[in-house]
Write a protein that binds this ligand. Structure first.
Ligand code: ARG
Length: 463
């Protein structure tokens, strides 16, 4: 349905309204209404500044503040009628303000453009999203660190190439994700610091002839300072791209954990079990217990990556300053923020829910000649063999054990001495899983004492 009259906000030079399809492609109200809180906050600060600088009267500013608060209440309670003919959230709110308070409402847009307005609103929105996601990341880190503390000494097979490599502890493995998520928080914090400058006052692109006070609005909105160049202020969306990059990297981390959950839950592994709360059944196979939440966390990564590539593509090659292309900046950011938040919440839920089968993990920790490196290290340490030679001797012993279908520790001393006569019975002390993990005492290593200390350190530092 199209209004045939020109747009009431900017239609002075227009004789007719837009074609139906023009209105549909032009309007952003369907998605940018999510910016309403930020828009009202920005407009309230702008009006107060205009009055402070003597650009509008104090009474007008008070009426504007009151009118905007009333509109906030209308939107909050679902009574606000959003109009596609009014294009976007900015003009919807401004038109309603004029409806409610008359002339004062029509003074609000003095010394401002939708270009600096939307840039401000969007920065505020992304900043709020960053704060929420940061808290979720910290919560997930805490959930992982708590489980890590409890399993600091429980061995599991460590993998490279998804082949048994060396025993590690389950706690150590979980803490690897805590480190990744901590860097994800760091990326958010870096992006937040860079985005926290205020575009307001850049107006359309050139600044304004009114004697505004940009520091005042910047401070009021919690920004560190006004942006330094009015053209840049209205035309870059690098802050949104940084947010999406941080989201893509974090979603990648979450997808790796999700994949491990899927593997650990599978029948051949059975390292962990997820309860009814985090699994679904199959409509045909009654025995099934599917880790759908983990699979969907793994899949959300696609959406987040798509959002990043989508916005990079929108921005690439755009001449300065604002272009309507940039209206396409919001949906990918909203979508990615939502997917990321949901993935974080689901992952934290699974981490708190999962029941590890530590017996089974321990049993597999020693399989696949997982302590072969310990044997090689023993040859280096005790017999002073060069590591390369020790590697060969161990390789021959592994081949023997494999041929007999037994573990390294089940070889007899005589068999070992056939490969290297100087091997003594002491070698068996390093071939157990417990001895192996306990020996990895190097900084950042998997020795239970190291893992317990690392987990405690995280739990201490986390909010
Ligand atoms: N809805 C627009 C957007 O999100 C607001 C800015 C419009 N500016 C303009 N010059 N038409 O980008």
């Amino acid at each position: 349905m199209t209004d045939t009259s020109p747009n009431p906000s900017w239609g002075g030079r227009f004789a007719a309204g837009p074609a139906a399809v023009m209105q549909r492609i032009n309007a952003s109200i369907g998605f940018d209404q999510r910016l309403w809180r930020q828009d009202i906050r920005g407009s309230t600060a702008h009006a107060a500044m205009l009055a402070h600088c003597g650009i509008i009267g104090a009474k007008d500013a008070a009426d504007i503040a009151g009118g905007l608060a009333a509109i906030a209440a209308e939107i909050e309670s679902g009574r606000f009628a959003f109009s596609e003919a009014l294009e976007d959230i900015h003009m919807n709110i401004e038109a309603r303000l004029a409806e409610r308070i008359g002339e004062a409402g029509r003074r609000l847009h003095t010394a401002r453009s939708r270009n600096d307005q939307v840039a401000t609103d969007f920065r505020l929105w992304v900043r709020d999203a960053i704060d929420g996601l940061d808290a979720q990341l910290a919560d997930l880190m805490r959930a992982l660190a708590e489980r890590a503390a409890a399993h600091a000494a429980d061995p599991m097979p460590g993998f490279t190439h998804l082949q048994t490599a060396q025993p590690v502890t389950f706690g150590h493995h979980l803490l690897a994700y805590v480190e990744m998520l901590s860097r994800d928080r760091g990326r958010l914090a870096d992006g937040r610091a860079r985005l926290n400058e205020c575009p307001l006052g850049a107006a359309a692109l050139a600044g304004t002839s009114f004697p505004i006070d940009r520091a005042m609005t910047a401070t009021e909105l919690g920004f560190d300072r006004p942006m330094g160049n009015s053209i840049d202020a209205v035309s870059d969306r690098d802050f949104a791209l940084e947010f999406l990059s941080a989201a893509a990297i974090s979603a990648m981390h979450l997808s790796r954990f999700a994949e491990e959950v899927v593997i650990w839950c599978s029948a051949p592994f059975r390292f962990i079990r997820l309860s009814d709360a985090f699994t679904t059944g199959s409509s045909i196979m009654p025995q099934k217990r599917n880790p759908d939440a983990a699979e969907l966390v793994r899949a959300k990564t696609g959406r987040v990556n798509g959002a990043l590539i989508g916005l990079l593509t929108v921005m690439k090659g755009l001449p300065l300053a604002y272009a309507k292309d940039m209206q396409e900046d919001k949906e990918p950011v909203f979508e990615a923020a939502e997917a990321w938040a949901l993935a974080l919440a689901a992952t934290a839920g699974m981490v708190r829910d999962m029941a590890p089968d530590t017996e089974r993990m321990r049993a597999f920790a020693g399989s696949g000649f997982a302590t072969a490196t310990d044997l090689a290290d023993w040859l280096v340490r005790t017999l002073r063999l060069p590591f390369r030679d020790a590697h060969h001797v161990t390789g021959r012993l592994v081949a023997r054990a494999e041929a007999r279908g037994v573990d390294l520790a089940a070889l007899t001393l005589a068999e070992m001495q056939e490969e290297e006569p100087r091997i003594s019975g002491d070698v068996f002390s390093v071939l157990s899983v417990e001895a192996s993990v306990a020996s990895r005492r190097s900084e950042g290593g998997t020795a239970p004492a190291r893992v317990a200390a690392a987990a405690a350190g995280w739990l201490d530092r986390l909010p």
